[in-house]
Design a protein around this ligand. Structure first.
Ligand SMILES: [Zn+2]
Length: 126
């Protein structure tokens, strides 16, 4: 967490009115949650457990593995987005829409701290 301290120092004097540390903490918290989730559900152990049950249990076990794999790919995308958002905080470009260059609203950043587009651009993509 050394980068946290150095980032705070660099942040001062910017034109941004939004407090980056709030979003940085939200991002770090989410990242911790994702990392903790990975540790709790090793796929190998679930496969092992399913072998001890009857046929129905085995089917459940397979479904669980599929769900876990699906979650993992979503988590991996969010994880990547979180890493990128943390980098943008370091560089001082966090909260700027990648499409139009406008500031993303604080309300939107609070809802999805790793977002890269403002709500206007996001809706245009639909
Ligand atoms: Zn935009």
């Amino acid at each position: 967490m050394l980068r946290l301290a150095s980032c705070r120092k660099r942040r001062q004097g910017g034109v941004l009115t939004v407090d980056m540390s709030e979003f940085q903490e939200a991002l770090l918290k989410k990242r911790r949650e994702l990392l903790a989730g990975e540790g709790l559900k090793p796929i190998g152990s679930m496969m092992g457990n399913s072998r001890q049950g009857d046929m129905a249990d085995q089917a459940d076990g397979i479904n669980e593995v599929h769900i876990a794999l699906k979650l993992r790919s979503t988590d991996a995308k969010i994880m990547q987005a979180i890493e990128e958002a943390l980098e943008r905080i370091d560089r001082g470009t966090y909260g700027v829409c990648k499409d139009c260059g406008e500031m993303i609203s604080a309300a939107r950043l609070r809802a999805i701290p790793w977002t890269r587009s403002c709500i206007t651009c996001k809706e245009k993509q639909k």
